[in-house]
Ligand binder design. Structure first.
Ligand SMILES: Cc1cc2nc3c(=O)[nH]c(=O)nc-3n(C[C@H](O)[C@H](O)[C@H](O)COP(=O)(O)OP(=O)(O)OC[C@H]3O[C@@H](n4cnc5c(N)ncnc54)[C@H](O)[C@@H]3O)c2cc1C
Length: 396
């Protein structure tokens, strides 16, 4: 494949944000070249949502995002909302469903979303080139950027960086976008893996070792953020939606707090059980609301061996404490290899929230995960990619 020598807009990264930006700029009549080093465009879209792509969330709002500037995402999210993306999904006749908590998934396959984006990009002025190595970019000379690639040099009036974060390196993630940002004088908010499983110390792993594969609904809390969703025990530690969510708020050394019985008032329930079943032991009482193996491990941890009628006040306080405010200190995470997203990125103080344009270099834009805006689990990260890609596409 040969590349055009010049076009209006070069977009580096043919992921969610890059494709959305391309189709929007193409609709304005701009000539657009999308460059990606991967084997095919949209690889993370194909992988997402367990193969069904959780493409947006009905309840998207700024509170679902982490960023050093919590207000930055508001303008883009209102200019291109979850309902605008849903409109596109409906226009293409893609069947969908709400799984839980406003999370919208394809009924069939993630490929439906990628095919939809590629169809929308099927415009005479848009070229998508994959398997292209990007060697470097140069700032504006004669009002044009120069992009040096394995297939030659391209000149462009606007340059959009849509290379995503560092998570899932097997899907082609690189630090290219952050390097370009630094090249043009942008600050990077420190990066770390997020929406990522926790690993546990040997001691904690030994306690939970028999629970690997068990999932239970909890409220997980970390640094003031709490989520009521499932927790999954793994052979390395803890995962499941509740854990992935709090991982975004966690820093090394922090503890997390687990309420194992989020659906009931534990103090009241224990009192009822002690009256109704005075001769019962803690494990059999806990089995009423918890998976059997988890019930017996928590009972062992609590250490109360007597019949319910004999429990002393200190013992009841300890039972309530471990059941509702159980402290666990992860010793790390499974890292970028298993993280769904990267927290941090191009500092939003130096970008326009309306257009995603750099305030350091005329004609340069940053969109999607490369920017310091990170969503909660549940379709919010794609919604940010669509919204920021759309906004840049209106101006680039
Ligand atoms: C396993 C998994 C499941 C997920 N599921 C969901 C979900 O269901 N819902 C949700 O909202 N979010 C989900 N996410 C997060 C979501 O995929 C990302 O937030 C989103 O893809 C970010 O879009 P982006 O366009 O910014 O980056 P990406 O989609 O990562 O696209 C970046 C593109 O840039 C290309 N690129 C990178 N470096 C270079 C380079 N040096 N040269 C050329 N090209 C380059 C890459 O090949 C890639 O195509 C999931 C993530 C993972 C890893």
């Amino acid at each position: 494949m040969s590349l055009p020598k010049r076009c209006d807009v070069v977009i580096i990264g043919a992921g969610a944000a890059g494709l959305m930006c391309a189709l929007t700029a193409g609709q304005r009549g701009r000539s657009v070249l999308v460059l990606d080093h991967g084997k095919r465009p949209g690889r993370k879209i194909l992988l997402s949502g367990g193969g069904r792509c959780n493409y947006t969330n009905m309840y998207t709002e700024a509170a679902n995002y982490l960023s050093e500037n919590k207000h930055f995402c508001k303008s883009a999210l209102s200019r291109f909302s979850q309902w605008d993306f849903q409109g596109l999904v409906d226009k293409h006749g893609i069947d969908w469903h709400e799984k839980t908590l406003g999370q919208l998934f394809c009924n069939n396959s993630s490929k439906d979303i990628l095919d939809m984006l590629l169809k929308e990009c099927d415009q005479p002025t848009i070229t998508i080139a994959h398997n292209v190595g990007i060697e470097g970019v140069q700032g504006k000379n004669d009002n044009e950027f120069t992009i040096t690639t394995s297939l030659g040099t391209v000149e462009a009036e606007s340059l959009v960086i849509a290379t995503g974060g560092l998570s899932f390196p097997t899907m082609g993630s690189t630090d290219f976008g952050f390097k370009v940002a630094r090249q043009f004088g942008h600050a990077i908010v420190p990066l770390r893996p997020a929406l990522v499983p926790f690993t546990l110390s040997k001691e904690d792993l030994a306690r939970f070792v028999d629970l690997s594969g068990i999932s239970t609904e909890v409220i997980a809390e970390c640094n003031g953020a709490s989520f009521r969703e499932a927790l999954l025990f793994t052979h390395k530690g803890l995962s499941g939606p509740a854990i992935l969510q709090v991982s975004s708020y966690w820093n090394l050394g922090d503890h997390i707090t687990i309420n194992w019985l989020p659906a009931i008032d534990v103090a009241e329930w224990l009192q009822e059980q002690r009256t109704a079943r005075p001769r019962a032991f803690l494990t059999s009482i806990l089995c009423e609301h918890l998976p059997k193996r988890l019930a017996s491990i928590l009972a062992e941890w609590i250490g109360e061996k007597g019949e319910a009628s004999q429990w002393r006040k200190e013992s009841i306080d300890r039972i309530i404490n471990i059941l509702t405010e159980c402290r666990i200190t992860p010793n790390g995470t499974e890292g970028y290899k298993k993280a769904e997203v990267t927290i941090g990125g191009v500092n939003t103080n130096e970008l326009s929230s309306k257009t995603m344009a750099s305030q350091k270099q005329d004609g340069l834009y940053f969109i999607g995960e490369v920017v310091d805006v990170t969503g909660h689990l549940g379709g919010f990260n794609f919604q940010w990619a669509w919204a920021s890609g759309h906004c840049a596409g209106l101006f680039a």
